[in-house]
Unconditional design. Structure first.
Length: 203
């Protein structure tokens, strides 16, 4: 990993410099993953908080007319009336419509949540970081087709400079301040078992 890549990853991620890329979070694929309810809870929390903070989202499916099925209905409710880019290319980053949508946001930090992790998240994450983007893969919001993520995928992403993160620390890093006007709403959106804020926790 280059010094420049290390510096970019350490730069704070904010609602002003980030874009959320939701890749192939589809009903058919989701029905085959390990721990679907936990993954769904983290994914929807990530989507809800991104929406609350004003982080733009780009959403893709692959072969949605087939067994992969349509995008999760809950995501459609969060990002109402937003187009979904359906494609045939395995690497979502190589789809020109996806690249154009990302570039139009002007953001250089790309947050990826894809099902499944080893292909739908890993491959575009490697492509995006190779083109100079600061890329974050939200591991607990990516569907896994086995109980544990691939060590090979984690190693490859880490070597390439992709940041592997979980939902809670990522969204709280973007919120940045417990005095944020939507802090309570954001904490309440996090799945059960994650830190929640009450009046006693604010100094």
């Amino acid at each position: 990993m280059s010094t420049e890549t290390k510096r970019a990853i350490l730069d704070p991620i904010t609602p002003e410099n980030a874009v959320l890329l939701i890749i192939d979070q589809q009903e058919g694929l989701f029905s085959r993953i390990s721990q679907p309810e936990r993954t769904r809870a983290n994914l929807l929390a990530l989507a809800h908080v991104s929406r609350m903070l004003g982080v733009p989202a780009v959403m893709t499916t692959v072969l949605s007319a087939g067994s992969n099925g349509p995008q999760l209905a809950d995501l459609g409710e969060i990002f109402a009336n937003q187009p979904i880019i359906d494609r045939t290319l395995i690497d979502a980053w190589k789809e020109p419509r996806v690249k154009e949508a990302i570039m139009e946001t002007g953001r250089k930090k790309v947050i990826i949540a894809g099902t499944g992790f080893e292909v739908c998240a890993q491959i575009p994450a490697l492509s995006s970081v190779a083109e100079g983007y600061d890329t974050y893969v939200v591991l607990d919001a990516c569907g896994l087709f086995s109980p544990s993520p691939s060590i090979a995928a984690i190693s490859r992403l880490s070597q390439a400079g992709v940041a592997l993160v979980d939902t809670r620390p990522l969204v709280l890093a973007m919120m940045a301040d417990n005095a944020h006007p939507r802090a309570r709403e954001i904490y309440a959106t996090l799945p059960a078992g994650l830190v929640r804020m009450d009046s006693a926790s604010v100094s």
